[in-house]
Design a protein around this ligand. Structure first.
Ligand SMILES: Cc1cc2nc3c(=O)[nH]c(=O)nc-3n(C[C@H](O)[C@H](O)[C@H](O)COP(=O)(O)O)c2cc1C
Length: 223
């Protein structure tokens, strides 16, 4: 089993988010899975320029690291998204990746995969940032098995660390268990089914232009 972790802190794995992610990955490794960390500190993901080329061809026109990240997201068994809380949302690095995933979202290309979320903050609002990242996961067609977030207590430290790290390792184990056992998440599935209808209708509306996405939906609907 291969679990991909994407971390979007400008401090890479050296910051608070990296510290909490380490614990989630410890749980993943205990479950016997292979891990790979992609840090948006070193990988280049520029903002989307709305050229719409990805919708027509399936390939982004911007020449940076996005396509190789996309390929890894498509082949992994499960993935983890980790971001610091920046002004009640994700970091700009993570948001740039989300926007560049627009073509994957139109095709709901990660349907059937499972994900987990990691977030840290200076002082709170962890829940709303986790919920936002989980919503992104669902728009890709994937299910979130849960998220862990915490305010910091200092550099790479948190309040009630023993308890937090135990929960983080459990989240890593839960991600691997879900990849194997494929549980249903009914509330998320309701959203995913409704969003599927919306994306299918959008691509149908634009079918003359968005040839790649039209073909993806033809394949999806004929399965
Ligand atoms: C530009 C910026 C914006 C931030 N915005 C918030 C915020 O809105 N709320 C909050 O609680 N913490 C905020 N923080 C604090 C970080 O979320 C927090 O320190 C986090 O743990 C940093 O993670 P890192 O070390 O992995 O980068 C902000 C920090 C920066 C640099």
């Amino acid at each position: 089993m291969k679990i991909l972790a994407i971390i979007a802190s400008p401090r890479g794995m050296q910051g608070n988010t990296g510290r909490l992610l380490e614990e989630v990955l410890a749980g993943v490794k205990e479950s016997g899975a292979e891990t790979e960390i992609l840090s948006l500190k070193t990988l280049q993901v520029q903002p989307c320029v709305a050229c719409d080329v990805c919708h027509a061809t399936g390939i982004c026109n911007i020449k940076d690291d996005y396509e190789s990240i996309k390929d890894k997201m498509l082949v992994c068994d499960g993935f983890i998204l980790a971001s610091p809380n920046y002004i009640f949302s994700v970091s700009a690095q993570m948001k740039a990746l989300f926007d560049r995933c627009n073509g994957l979202i139109h095709c709901m290309a990660l349907e059937g995969k499972y994900a987990a979320i990691v977030e840290t903050s200076g002082g709170g609002e962890d829940g709303e940032v986790i919920a936002y990242m989980e919503r992104f996961v669902n728009t890709l067609g994937a299910n979130s098995v849960g998220g862990i977030g915490s305010p910091m207590a200092g550099i790479r430290s948190f309040p009630d660390e023993t308890n937090l790290y135990e929960k983080a390792r459990n989240l890593g184990r839960e991600l691997c268990r879900s990849v194997t056992e494929r549980p249903k998440f009914h509330l998320q599935d309701e959203f995913i089914i409704a969003f599927r209808g919306r994306m299918a209708a959008l691509v149908d509306l634009m079918k003359e232009y968005w040839v790649f996405e039209r073909e993806q939906w033809e394949k999806k609907l004929s399965r």
